[in-house]
Design a protein around this ligand. Structure first.
Ligand code: FES
Ligand SMILES: [Fe+2]
Length: 344
């Protein structure tokens, strides 16, 4: 089981009104797209892994053919399949032993000793890239997940994770906001940064690219819809990648990877990774404290905020995010929990 099990199906602490709202996907403020939701190493062969994403309990496992993502709920009488067993390439439900293949089909019912053609578990389209697991949400998504060309095969990386108690939009916007550097990170990465710095923005359907040093286009940060971000610290040498995995409308798991190609010796790489993670942890803590204080938790309900020129990326992000959600709603997606994660 993963560390997120702290929140799996746990609705405690919510008022009745909030629970109702919580279960309404149209108000979850998530547009369609290929979302990075986990790392491949979290799903070892032979294990059933429970993961909560998009306020849905998901089950991840590896068949001989592929990585499988399916609902963690038996269609017979709703037991958690993750409590069952993985045997002969099929998941066996812990309650009455029904078996399900990697396509979600029910292949065996002990009571009838036959398959049940009308019974299946919802499965989702999945892709793995550079050890990151992506799931396709909604129908208006491309064939493949987004990625960054800057990350070539000869980079080594180490990962730091953190769960923030806020909506994904606030986490993303925090990474588009360079104006907070001298204030929030004066003691770490923001010391000496000019608060009146004027960055250059490149805004496109794909995402938002920001050059904080107009004279040097090799250092930048970039966000790609719906949930990955890259910072080029030392071009071709040192990069930071962030993926924002939405657990639900009040929690987001951050996967922060440091990519480097100074050294590829495993031991030295581990030491470098440890040092970078230690520094990144400090910076994330500085961010988290203030981001969690923002209200409302989702920036999609923050229309009364007054944005400044440095917020140009954030303004564009909000507009695009809303437009993308609208496109999804127009197509009828979002009317049920299942539709949000569409496998077609
Ligand atoms: S609840 Fe899964 S087999 Fe009955
Ligand atoms: Fe920050």
């Amino acid at each position: 089981m993963l560390e997120e099990t702290e929140g799996v199906a746990d609705r405690k602490g919510y008022t009745e009104e909030e629970v109702n709202w919580y279960l309404m996907p149209t108000l979850m403020h998530l547009p369609p797209g290929w979302y990075a939701i986990a790392e491949s190493r979290e799903i070892p062969k032979g294990k059933l892994v429970a993961l909560e994403r998009f306020a849905t309990n998901l089950l991840l496992w590896r068949s001989s053919e592929q990585l499988v993502i399916m609902d963690d709920r038996c269609p017979h009488r709703s037991a958690r399949l993750s409590l069952g067993k993985l045997r002969n390439g099929a998941v066996t439900c812990p309650f009455h032993g029904f078996e399900f293949s990697d396509s979600g089909a029910c292949t065996f019912v002990p009571e009838t000793k036959n398959p049940a053609p009308n019974l299946s578990v919802q499965t989702y389209r999945v892709n793995e890239h550079d050890g990151m697991v992506f799931v396709r949400v909604g129908e208006h998504s491309g064939e493949y997940p987004p990625w960054f060309d800057e990350i070539s095969d000869d980079f080594a990386h180490s990962t730091l994770t953190s769960v923030w108690a806020c909506h994904i939009t606030r986490c993303i916007e925090n990474q588009l906001d360079y104006a907070h550097l001298p204030f929030l990170h004066g003691s770490t990465i923001g010391g000496g940064v000019d608060p009146s710095l004027s960055a250059e923005f490149e805004l496109s359907e794909e995402g938002i690219k920001v050059y904080t040093n107009r004279a040097n286009k090799k250092t930048f940060f970039q966000f790609k819809f719906p949930n990955i971000w890259l910072l080029s610290i030392i071009p071709d040498r040192l990069l930071l990648l962030l993926a924002f995995a939405p657990i639900d409308d009040k929690r987001t798991k951050l996967y922060l990877r440091t990519y480097q190609r100074f050294c590829t010796f495993p031991l030295l790489n581990n030491i470098l990774g440890w040092i970078m993670n230690w520094q990144n942890k400090l910076v994330l803590k500085q961010d988290e404290k203030v981001v969690l204080s923002q209200s409302p938790s989702s920036s999609m309900r923050a229309d009364d905020e007054r944005l400044y020129p440095s917020d140009q990326g954030i303004a564009f992000f909000r507009k695009q995010w809303k437009a993308r959600m609208q496109k999804d709603n127009d197509a009828g997606v979002g009317e049920s929990q299942l539709c949000r994660l569409c496998d077609s």
